[in-house]
Design a protein around this ligand. Structure first.
Ligand SMILES: NC(=O)C1=CN([C@@H]2O[C@H](COP(=O)(O)OP(=O)(O)OC[C@H]3O[C@@H](n4cnc5c(N)ncnc54)[C@H](OP(=O)(O)O)[C@@H]3O)[C@@H](O)[C@H]2O)C=CC1
Ligand SMILES: O=C(O)C1=NCCCC1
Length: 320
């Protein structure tokens, strides 16, 4: 059986392909062309560690797949002497006619890219496509997700200013320096505190394990868009409840969000799925309204990207 390792995935998977795969997965969710239940979470007692299983089926000519991701989140990995990613994954894809496993694909890079791509798809359809300004991007949390969002969003949307804030300030400073050097720019700016980072920002990304709100309603400019990525025990810790009360909320999947966001009162402001906006069955919000994308992460996004990697791998292999 084929195993495609992380370095091969990093070699062959480009952001644009991930974006299209995730965009397609989101559309298919809202068309009912998927099967996907809330993931199972195995919480390891007396730790912050968790293992998730994420099975899914996606019907699509180009990105369709039957698969299952096994993903762990061990938040203290980042603090090891030799730091490791805190989120690690593998994705199995199975033959749709026989049910036999076709490949196991290393899923850490896929998870990294597809999570940021989901935010990017939401940002495109809820914000960028409505001629809203892409001037200032605020990133809260400069771990793996903060970094990929900073790079991918600048690449896709051309933000001239990308502000970086992190609980451990040195990490945000270092990332700003590193990215300015890498892209020969001074667009990446370190921010001393979260309030300064958010005030005046057009698009905001939260990518932390914070159990307490790091975004307050009064700091957000009218019409701004927020991608809330971070997940602690709940997928809605990072934004103060007043933010939810004063914004339109969009999700990747209503079915799976209802399980993992059950402690949040979604009734008033949950507008629906990003896929429905893409498909034109759900209207976008008025210009001055704040929008939130709370993407909890979907198995069918992993299936779509894993299928893309599988096909790319086979194209490359056959050419050799
Ligand atoms: N929605 C989705 O589909 C996905 C969500 N995630 C979630 O995104 C978040 C970030 O993941 P990732 O970047 O891979 O993880 P990393 O371990 O690389 O980064 C974690 C970040 O969270 C910060 N953080 C941790 N605890 C706190 C706290 N109490 N207050 C403020 N900041 C804190 C860390 O700051 P410091 O440097 O100071 O420790 C760091 O910036 C996680 O919650 C993860 O579960 C991940 C993948 C998919
Ligand atoms: O969707 C995922 O993959 C994850 N979501 C939340 C936490 C870790 C991985």
């Amino acid at each position: 059986m084929l195993y495609i390792d992380e370095s091969t995935v990093k070699d062959i998977l480009k952001w644009e392909k991930t974006f299209t795969a995730v965009e397609t997965a989101m559309q298919r969710v809202s068309e009912g062309r998927i099967v996907q239940k809330p993931r199972t979470m195995t919480f390891i007692p007396n730790t912050a560690n968790v293992m998730g299983t994420m099975p899914g089926y996606l019907d699509d000519k180009e990105f369709g797949a039957l698969g299952c991701k096994l993903v762990t989140s061990f938040p203290n990995n980042a603090k090891l002497e030799n730091p490791l990613p805190s989120v690690n994954a593998n994705i199995m894809i199975l033959d749709e006619k026989t049910g036999i496993m076709k490949a196991v694909i290393a899923g850490t890079e896929i998870t990294t890219q597809r999570t940021s791509a989901a935010s990017a798809v939401a940002t495109k359809y809820l914000y960028v496509n409505h001629s809203k300004q892409c001037g200032v991007l605020a990133i809260l949390g400069t771990g793996v997700q903060g970094r990929i969002h900073a790079e991918m969003f600048r690449h896709l949307f051309g933000f001239p200013e990308v502000r970086l804030w992190n609980r451990s300030k040195e990490k945000a400073k270092r990332l700003a320096e590193e990215l300015n050097k890498k892209y020969n720019t001074n667009a990446f700016r370190y921010c001393e505190d979260n309030e300064t980072c958010i005030k005046g920002a057009d698009v905001i990304v939260t990518a932390t394990n914070s159990p307490d709100p790091i975004v307050q309603r009064s700091w957000i400019k009218p019409g701004a868009h927020i991608n809330a990525v971070g997940a602690n025990r709940h997928h809605f810790n990072e934004l103060d409840r007043e933010v939810y009360r004063n914004a339109d909320l969009f999700v990747d999947s209503i079915e799976t969000s209802q399980a993992e966001m059950a402690g949040l009162n979604l009734d008033d402001n949950l507008k629906g799925e990003v896929g429905a906006v893409i498909n034109g069955t759900l209207p976008v919000s008025p210009r001055e309204r704040i929008t939130i994308f709370n993407g909890i992460g979907m198995a069918v996004e992993d299936c779509a990207v894993a299928r893309a990697v599988y096909d790319l791998y086979n194209q490359v292999k056959y050419k050799m």
